[in-house]
Write a protein that binds this ligand. Structure first.
Ligand code: SF4
Ligand code: SF4
Length: 286
């Protein structure tokens, strides 16, 4: 079972939910948490496993042999990411924009392009009893999160409950992290910004055909527009977490919610049972 935990915007409590679910389940299940929030992986502040392995992630970047190049411009034409420009007798490669797709080297008529490896981040692994953590970390200044996320997702193990902490937003890294999930939990807060970003995230998971449910965090801070929206859209609200000074205090001290307030463990176990039921129903309906 692969459960992704996403949010249309940052700071809604996505990592709180992902780690609480992982720590609630690990007494009876093998749990593997994949932290795909590679610009700022912070699940391990709460999970606290020892990191034992680290592996660099590389992307192939084109290098141009000027002796062979005829400056035909084909490479710039085929690059969907504007990572190559041919200006008179010069080929410019903007490595930060390159997605490493290989199209330019494949289609260069003079075979003037070779691929050079560039390190863009690392994948780190660690574990404790019944919990494993795989986290991606994008190098500072790098813009391309998807290659690091793809490497993290190679560690999906179908013998475990896999929980994916998804980057915030609704762009390419989110799609890369969420796709292939059995279920997506969307964490939001009851504010106009929360509603706006939730509705964008719902569009993404519907496009990917992944069943979803909502968790509203910091209930009490705003209004009930999220409830109304979910009702209109037929999206289940699976859990509400109140605006509570004690919860915020635990989080700021790096103490997991289900350790500092053990009654929440039952709530997250119930949440997991609900998700299992919805995944089974969705598979039957397909
Ligand atoms: S496609 Fe090849 S030959 Fe043409 S400009 Fe690019 S590198 Fe040079
Ligand atoms: S590898 Fe792909 S993204 Fe990178 S420069 Fe070539 S065509 Fe563009």
């Amino acid at each position: 079972m692969i459960i992704s935990v996403a949010s249309g915007k940052g700071g809604t409590g996505k990592t709180l939910v992902a780690t609480s679910l992982a720590l609630s389940l690990n007494a009876n299940h093998k749990v593997r948490l994949l932290d795909c929030d590679v610009e700022e992986p912070n699940a391990n502040i709460l999970l606290r496993v020892g990191i034992r392995h680290s592996q660099a992630v590389y992307v192939p970047i084109p290098g141009v042999d000027e002796a062979k190049c005829t400056y035909c411009g084909k490479c710039a034409e085929v690059c969907a990411y504007n990572a190559v420009a041919v200006i008179k007798e010069k080929v410019l490669v903007f490595a930060a924009l390159c997605h490493g797709c290989g199209a330019c080297s494949y289609l260069c008529p003079e075979s003037a392009i070779t691929e050079e490896r560039k390190e863009v981040g690392v994948v780190e692994r660690g574990d404790s009893e019944n919990s494993e953590l795989i986290q991606g970390r994008l190098n500072v200044g790098e813009a391309m999160a998807p290659p690091v996320i793809r490497e993290v997702k190679k560690h999906i193990n179908h013998g475990s409950v896999v929980i994916i902490d998804v980057p915030p937003g609704t762009s390419c890294p989110v799609i890369e992290a969420v796709k292939g999930s059995d279920f997506c939990l969307l964490v939001t807060e009851p504010t106009p910004f929360g509603l706006n970003d939730l509705s964008l995230a719902v569009e993404v998971v519907r496009e990917l055909d992944i069943p979803c449910g909502v968790i509203i965090n910091r209930v009490g801070v705003g209004n009930d527009e999220i409830d109304q929206y979910c009702h209109r859209q037929g999206i289940p609200i699976l859990l509400k977490i109140p605006l509570d000074r004690n919860i915020a205090m635990l989080y700021s001290r790096g103490i997991p919610l289900v350790e500092g307030m053990p009654r929440w463990r039952q709530e997250f176990l119930r949440l997991f049972e609900n998700i299992k039921g919805m995944v089974a129903a969705s598979r039957l309906a397909k």
